[in-house]
Write a protein that binds this ligand. Structure first.
Ligand SMILES: CC(C)(COP(=O)(O)OP(=O)(O)OC[C@H]1O[C@@H](n2cnc3c(N)ncnc32)[C@H](O)[C@@H]1OP(=O)(O)O)[C@@H](O)C(=O)NCCC(=O)NCCS
Length: 608
C-alpha cells in the first residue's frame, strides 16, 4: 500500500489550516457577538440613562445581570493593564520589513521576511481559495459517515472528530453511523478472524444472484446481543464525548448567539430480524426496516449531528443487531444524502496496475465491474457481503472491496457520491475540500447514454442540427460530410432517440476542438449540455489533449461559465488556424485541463 508523503503532508497542512481558520472564524464571530452585546448596552444606556446615574444602576435598569457587569468591569481593568504604550507604535513602510527582518507575531526572526511571508501566505491563500468552491458546494448537504469501531482506538480519532465538526461548521449536515464489530469480537475472542468467518460453521446463505456463498453475518444470540448492547453503548458515548467536545470548540453563531451543536442519538430507525435462512436461525441479527427521515432532518436542520449505532428496535420493542455498513448505505439512501463516507481500517487504495496509477475516481459502472471481476456480492436487502476466497484472499483487499460494494449500494439507493478513505490524519478534509483528494471517489454515471455515433445516427444528428444551421448558429454539415466524419461525433440517446450530439476533433500539439454541441430543445437546461461537454473533455484528456477549444458565435457565455477563456486566433494549433473561416468571425474559447481531478471538481457544480 502506498500513500504519497505529499498527500499525507498536504492533508495535515490543509487540516491545520482549516482548523486554525475555523477557530479564527469562530473567534471573529464571538467578537461580533460580544460587540453586539456591548453596543446593545451602550444604545440602551444612551437612550434611557440620566446623566448622573452610575454605570451599575444604569445596568440594573437594563436587561443585563449583575454578573455581566462585573465581568465587563474586570475586562476593562485588565485591558488597561495589558494596554500597549502608544508611543512605542511607529508607522514604517512595508518594504523596510525585508531590510530589517522584523519579528512577525514573535514567530519570525530571519532575514528574508518578504520571501518567507509570501510563500507561507500563498500556501494558505491558494489552498483556501481552492477550497472555496468545495465549501460552497457542500453547504447544506447531508453527509453520512460510517465509523468502524476500530477507529476509536486509532490515535487520529480525536482529530477525525475535529474534522467532522469542521465539516459541520462549514455547513454540512453530518449523520454518523458507528459500528462496534471490533469491540464485540474482542469481547468474544474473535479478534483475528475475517468477517466472513464470523458466522456459525460454514452455513450457507443465498446471495442476490442465486449463488451460494459463505456468509459474512454474525449470528446474534442472547449473550452476544448483551455484549453488542454494551459495546454499542460504549462506542456511542465515546463519540458523543469526543465529537461533542469538537462541536463545542467550533461553536456556531445563530441569531447573534453562540451555539454549540449537539450529538443526538435515538430511535432513528427500526429493524427487523433476518429470521431463519437455510435452516440457520439468525436470532437477534437484523436489518433496517424504516428510517425516520423527517426526525433525522429536523435534528440536522437544528444544526445538530445525528448518531446511530448497530442497535435497531422493532416496533414491538425487540432489539436487533444490524450491520452498520448496510445501515449506512440504507440511511444515506433514505435521506437522499449527497455523500457517504466509508473508512477502511487496514488502509488500502485502488491502483491501476498497468501504469501504477492511483485510482481516485471510479464511475459506478466501473466499480460494479471491479466487484464482478472479484466475485464480490453485496446483498442489498438483508445486508451482507460475500467473497470468493480464491479471488480475494487477503483481509485488506476484502475490506476495501466490501466498502466498494457498500458505496455502490449507496449510489444505487440514490446517494450522489461515495468516498472510501484510509485512516490517515487529515485525509477526510483533503478528500472533501481539495481537488487532489486523498481517497477513492465513486460517483454516479452521469455520462450514461453517451456513446460514439455510427452511420445509423447520421439522419438523427442531421435533424437535430438542421434548425441551428438554418439560423446560422452552426456551420452546415451535409449528410455525406457527417457520414465521413461520423466516428468523431458522440450522441446522447434516450430510448433510442438522439437528444444531444457533439463532435470532437483532435489536432497537433495536444489540442482538441469541441463543436456541433447541440441539445434537443425539449431536453435543454437539464444538465445534458454539461454532461456532453464533460464527457468530451475527459475524452480529450485521455488522448493527451489538455487544451480544449471551441469556436462560437452565439454560445460564448455558456462556455465562459464552464471555465473557457477567450483567446486570439494565434492560440489555435497551426492547421486549425489555417482552416479558420474569417467571414464567420467566430470567437475562440480555450480551456487548459491539467488532469481529470479538475473535471471532477467542475462536475460537482452541475451534478449537485
Ligand atoms: C448550449 C446548449 C448546448 C446547452 O445545453 P443544455 O443541455 O441546455 O445545457 P445545460 O443544461 O448544461 O445548461 C443550461 C444552462 O445554460 C444556459 N444557456 C443555454 N444556452 C445558452 C447560451 N447560448 N448562452 C448562455 N447560456 C446558455 C441556460 O440558460 C441554463 O442556465 P441555468 O442553468 O442558469 O438555467 C444548448 O442550449 C443548445 O443546444 N444550444 C443551441 C446550440 C448551440 O448554440 N451550441 C453551441 C455551439 S458549439
Amino acid at each position: 500500500m502506498k500513500f504519497g508523503t505529499r498527500s499525507l503532508s498536504c492533508a495535515l497542512v490543509l487540516s491545520s489550516i482549516l482548523d486554525s481558520a475555523s477557530s479564527f472564524v469562530q473567534q471573529h464571530r464571538a467578537f461580533q457577538a460580544r460587540r453586539f452585546s456591548l453596543s446593545a448596552l451602550s444604545d440602551k444606556s444612551s437612550e434611557s440613562v440620566p446623566q448622573n446615574d452610575t454605570l451599575s444602576s444604569t445596568i440594573g435598569r437594563t436587561v443585563f445581570e449583575e454578573n455581566n457587569v462585573s465581568s465587563l468591569l474586570t475586562q476593562a481593568a485588565s485591558e488597561s493593564i495589558l494596554a500597549i504604550d502608544p508611543s512605542t507604535i511607529e508607522v514604517i513602510p512595508f518594504s523596510k520589513l525585508s531590510e530589517e527582518g522584523a519579528v512577525l507575531g514573535g514567530a519570525y526572526s530571519g532575514n528574508n521576511f518578504e520571501a518567507e511571508r509570501k510563500s507561507s501566505r500563498f500556501d494558505f491563500v491558494n489552498m483556501f481559495r481552492g477550497s472555496a468552491n468545495y465549501i460552497a458546494n457542500h453547504r447544506n448537504t447531508i453527509i453520512v459517515f460510517h465509523i468502524p469501531g476500530e477507529l476509536l482506538s486509532w490515535d487520529g480519532f480525536g482529530d477525525l472528530m475535529d474534522d467532522i465538526a469542521l465539516c459541520w461548521l462549514l455547513g454540512m449536515k453530518p449523520v454518523i453511523i458507528a459500528g462496534c464489530r471490533a469491540q464485540v469480537n474482542h469481547r468474544i475472542g474473535l479478534e483475528n478472524c475475517d468477517i466472513s468467518s464470523l458466522s456459525a460453521e460454514g452455513k450457507l446463505i443465498e446471495c442476490d444472484e442465486g449463488t451460494y456463498s459463505y456468509d459474512s453475518v454474525r449470528i446474534t444470540d442472547e449473550e452476544t446481543l448483551r455484549i453488542v448492547q454494551e459495546e454499542a453503548g460504549f462506542v456511542r458515548f465515546e463519540i458523543e464525548r469526543q465529537l461533542g467536545r469538537s462541536l463545542h470548540r467550533h461553536g456556531m453563531i445563530d441569531d447573534s448567539a453562540i451555539r454549540d451543536g449537539n450529538v443526538v442519538s435515538g430511535n432513528f430507525y427500526s429493524a427487523q430480524p433476518y429470521g431463519i435462512l437455510e435452516g440457520v436461525d439468525f436470532r437477534f441479527t437484523g436489518f433496517p426496516r424504516k428510517v425516520e427521515t423527517e426526525k433525522v432532518k429536523q435534528v440536522l436542520d437544528a444544526h445538530d449531528v445525528v448518531l446511530m449505532t448497530s442497535l435497531g428496535a422493532s416496533p414491538s420493542g425487540e432489539i436487533f443487531n444490524v450491520s452498520t455498513e448496510h445501515l449506512t448505505s440504507y440511511v444515506a439512501g433514505a435521506l437522499k444524502a449527497s455523500k457517504v463516507v466509508f473508512f477502511t481500517v487496514m488502509g488500502s487504495a485502488f491502483m491501476e496496475n498497468k501504469n501504477n496509477k492511483l485510482v481516485q475516481n471510479l464511475r459506478v459502472s466501473d466499480a460494479r465491474n471491479v466487484l464482478k471481476y472479484n466475485n464480490v456480492t453485496i446483498n442489498m436487502s438483508k445486508g451482507f457481503s460475500s467473497f470468493d476466497e480464491a479471488k480475494v484472499p487477503s483481509s485488506a483487499t476484502k475490506e476495501a472491496l466490501g466498502k466498494l460494494g457498500w458505496c455502490v449500494s449507496s449510489l444505487d439507493r440514490g446517494v450522489k457520491r461515495a468516498h472510501i478513505i484510509s485512516p490517515i490524519n487529515g485525509a477526510l478534509l483533503q478528500e472533501l475540500y481539495t481537488r487532489d483528494g486523498s481517497g477513492t471517489l465513486i460517483s454516479r454515471d452521469i455520462y450514461e447514454g453517451i456513446r460514439v455515433a455510427n452511420v445509423g445516427d447520421v439522419a438523427g444528428i442531421f435533424e437535430l442540427i438542421e434548425p441551428l444551421v438554418s439560423a446560422g448558429t452552426l456551420v452546415p454539415r451535409p449528410k455525406n460530410v457527417l457520414e465521413n466524419d461520423i466516428s468523431s461525433y458522440y450522441v446522447f440517446t434516450r430510448d433510442n432517440l438522439i437528444v444531444a450530439c457533439a463532435q470532437i476533433k483532435i489536432f497537433e500539439m495536444g489540442y482538441a476542438e469541441i463543436g456541433c454541441l447541440v441539445v434537443m430543445k425539449e431536453y435543454r437546461a437539464q444538465g445534458r449540455g454539461d454532461a456532453m461537454l464533460g464527457y468530451l473533455e475527459r475524452l480529450s484528456v485521455q488522448v493527451g489533449c489538455t487544451n480544449v477549444f471551441v469556436l462560437s458565435t452565439q454560445t460564448m457565455q455558456w462556455f465562459q461559465e464552464r471555465g473557457f477563456k477567450e483567446v486570439p486566433l494565434d492560440a489555435l494549433p497551426p492547421t486549425r488556424k489555417e482552416a479558420y473561416n474569417t467571414s464567420r468571425k467566430s470567437k475562440i474559447y480555450m480551456k487548459t485541463i491539467t488532469d481529470e481531478r479538475e473535471l471532477d471538481s467542475s462536475e460537482l457544480w452541475w451534478n449537485r
